[in-house]
Design a protein around this ligand. Structure first.
Ligand code: 5GP
Ligand code: ZN
Length: 111
């Protein structure tokens, strides 16, 4: 966990452009955006995969999704957005701290 870049961002040891923070989640700008708005949403608790969810973490993830819905306008995502979770090697997951990509600010291609 000590080597986790997102834990270091959460702890303030690595700078980031934070757009929302509360006691359990942090939302900040992706350093290499692939859409006009590209945010990362992380739980402050470190875990890497959906397969690491227990009941408490599943509830936290549900609250996180609810919060994103509540924040969509203030995040600039009111016209629509995509939520992406890359899991494992085939999906290209590079940071092994579960995170939600929030993509928006334009019409997003699909397929
Ligand atoms: P993954 O490929 O694991 O789903 O996504 C990891 C994301 O984290 C990538 O989009 C990458 O640009 C972003 N990222 C990696 N390192 C940093 C960093 O130090 N700061 C920020 N803000 N984003 C990062
Ligand atoms: Zn972490």
């Amino acid at each position: 966990m000590n080597d986790c870049i997102f834990c270091k961002i959460i702890a303030g040891e690595i700078p980031s452009s934070k757009v929302y923070e509360d006691e359990e989640i942090l939302i900040f700008k992706d350093i290499q955006p692939i859409a006009p708005i590209h945010l990362l949403c992380v739980a402050k608790e470190h875990f890497a995969y959906l397969s690491d969810l227990d009941e408490a973490r599943a509830t936290l993830l549900g609250r996180t999704l609810k919060k994103i819905g509540e924040l969509k306008d203030s995040l600039g995502l009111g016209e629509g957005y995509r939520v992406v979770i890359n899991q494992g090697e085939n999906a290209g997951q590079t940071v092994h701290h579960l995170h939600l990509h929030l993509l928006g600010g334009t019409t997003l291609p699909w397929g």
